[in-house]
Write a protein that binds this ligand. Structure first.
Ligand code: FES
Ligand code: FES
Length: 177
């Protein structure tokens, strides 16, 4: 057995695990994070995608011990405490980007990584960014729309935050009043 210390959705955990335990199994079976789902178990479908230190990974292709010391975010860590959806979740909901919903946790986590890299992706970039995530229901059209809508929401949030940040910095520096 090997000791693993990891932060998942803002909570710290330390556990003894078998070295062969997959991260997805650790999340679901030890921590009860069943929002992260297993579609194929062979790194093909992307349903199990989570963020590992900010980068999307297929958690069925990562060992739990490889996450030692890391910060993991799952679909369950996105909404605010009052239940307000993350902008990407809200966009998927409003653009009807799901049917059975099985692929959705992975799609959303992959989208967060994609939009961090490219805040204004065109359709081709969205399709390329999500090529490792499979959906058997939607035909992808609404998923692409949702990702572009999410991008717009995140850009609007960033733009709204910027003046406050600048003002706060200026204030701290004793500058502009
Ligand atoms: S369950 Fe991990 S990629 Fe399909
Ligand atoms: S909504 Fe069913 S697999 Fe994507």
């Amino acid at each position: 057995m090997t000791m693993v210390s990891v932060t998942v959705d803002g909570v710290s955990y330390s556990d003894e695990v078998e070295p062969r335990l997959l991260l997805v199994q650790y999340l679901r079976e030890r921590l009860g994070k069943v929002g992260t789902v297993i579609g194929c178990d062979t790194s093909n479908c992307g349903a199990c995608t989570v963020l590992l230190d900010g980068t999307s990974v297929k958690s069925c292709s990562v060992l739990a011990v490889q996450a030692d010391g890391a910060d993991v975010v799952t679909i369950e860590g996105l909404a605010a405490e009052d239940g307000t959806l993350h902008p990407v979740q809200a966009a998927f909901h409003e653009k009807h980007a799901l049917q059975c919903g099985f692929c959705t946790p992975g799609m959303i986590m992959q989208t967060i990584d994609l939009l961090a890299e490219d805040p204004e992706p065109d359709e081709a970039a969205v399709r390329l960014g999500l090529e490792g995530n499979l959906c058997r229901c939607t035909g992808y059209q609404n998923i692409v729309r949702a990702v572009q809508d999410a991008a717009q929401r995140l850009r609007a949030t960033a733009a709204a935050d910027t003046p406050k940040t600048v003002a706060a910095k200026a204030d701290t520096a004793g500058g502009v009043r």
